[in-house]
Design a protein around this ligand. Structure first.
Ligand code: ADP
Ligand code: RBF
Ligand code: MG
Length: 155
């Protein structure tokens, strides 16, 4: 994919609330404006990369881009699961992400359990990929420190 790595940021908005409740895997959802800005060659599916909430630390992430075929959503979404335990929700805060690689297409699984298992596999795959030096370097990219400066300056 020509557009990778792809960097973007936006406010965290509310979705259907299914991630934490039904799957046990919370996903921070981006607004439509961020979804609409995706380059046309970014196909739908599951990706890995780095994520940072507000001016805090950069963590590993997995994300889904698409229509969640298991739930037959009608709106395309971009949802990021950060591989880190947060004490509180962070709706309204700025989420900055670097999308580095593609894992698999979105699938309509036969059961909720199969979907959850697949997401846990994605998390393991992301950890393996992100340990590699060519992916590690993006953790320290200026993009993440810029977001910190902008937030501290009140932009
Ligand atoms: P929604 O449908 O509103 O996105 P979710 O059940 O997917 O609801 O939960 C997502 C929310 O959970 C995020 O917006 C964020 O505030 C919070 N959250 C807590 N921990 C995480 C995490 N590790 N990754 C992503 N979001 C998290
Ligand atoms: N939804 C699907 O319908 N099919 C998938 O294959 C799928 N894979 C996902 C993989 C990851 C890593 C994540 C974070 C989400 C995935 N989802 C998938 C989206 C999931 O259905 C969605 O996060 C919840 O419905 C909460 O909005
Ligand atoms: Mg969500």
């Amino acid at each position: 994919m020509k557009s990778l790595p792809y960097f973007c940021r936006g406010a965290v908005v509310r979705g259907f609330g299914r991630g934490s409740k039904e799957l046990g895997i919370p996903t921070a959802n981006f607004p439509e404006s961020v979804v609409d800005n995706l380059p046309s060659d970014m196909k739908t599916g599951i990706y890995y990369g780095w994520a940072c909430v507000g001016n805090s630390d950069v963590h590993r992430m997995v994300m889904s881009i698409g229509w969640n075929p298991f739930y037959k959503n009608t709106k395309k979404s971009m949802e990021t699961h950060i591989i880190h335990t947060y004490k509180e929700d962070f709706y309204g805060e700025t989420l900055s992400i670097a999308i580095l690689g593609y894992i698999r297409p979105e699938t309509s699984f036969n059961s909720l359990d199969a979907l959850i298992k697949a997401i846990h596999n994605d998390i393991e795959e992301a950890k393996k990929q992100l340990d590699m030096p060519e992916h590690q370097k993006f953790k320290d990219d200026d993009f993440f420190s810029t977001s910190k400066k902008e937030i501290m300056n009140g932009h």
